[in-house]
Design a protein around this ligand. Structure first.
Ligand code: RB5
Length: 150
């Protein structure tokens, strides 16, 4: 898969670990920053990754900040982007299977590196199930584009 990755300073170390893991698995990863531990603003990196996913330049996105929450709030402003904050392996596969989530958000201050790697593996292994879930995802997209589920 082509994966766009991003973090702020608070998610840098975990992002680097996960990017290395993804590359070892053979995925094509573009790290859109940040590239240093200097304090920066997470919405800038959420926007870069979300745009790559929205444009189809990346199949999936990965965002890491202190909590993962700010990244998800920002990334979800773009129609077509479904960013999910995940801190357990069940949610990691369920949000791919049911929500067709396309951006995984993690909190470096929330999950340790071992759990984060397991979450990423669960995310990668899962597939969207379609069917009734497609109808619901269509409603989310209608809400994002037209302000209503209809
Ligand atoms: C940075 O201190 C922190 O606010 C940020 O990484 C993130 O957790 C925001 O949601």
């Amino acid at each position: 898969m082509r994966i766009a990755a991003g973090s702020d300073h608070a998610g840098l170390d975990l992002k680097l670990l996960l990017v290395e893991h993804l590359r070892k698995l053979g995925h094509e990863v573009e790290d859109l920053g940040t590239h240093s531990a200097e304090s920066c603003d997470y919405p800038d990196y959420a926007a870069a990754v979300a745009r790559a996913v929205q444009a189809g330049d990346a199949d999936q996105g990965l965002l890491v900040c202190g909590t993962g929450v700010g990244m998800a709030i920002a990334a979800n402003k773009l129609p077509g982007v479904r960013a999910a904050v995940v801190s357990d392996t069940f949610s990691a596969h369920a949000t791919r299977q049911h929500n067709d989530a396309n951006v995984l958000c993690l909190g470096q201050r929330v999950v340790g590196p071992g759990l984060a790697l397991d979450i990423l593996d669960a995310w990668l292994a899962a597939r969207f199930e379609g069917g009734r879930h497609q109808r619901r995802v269509d409603k989310i997209e209608a809400l994002a584009r037209h302000g209503d589920t209809g």
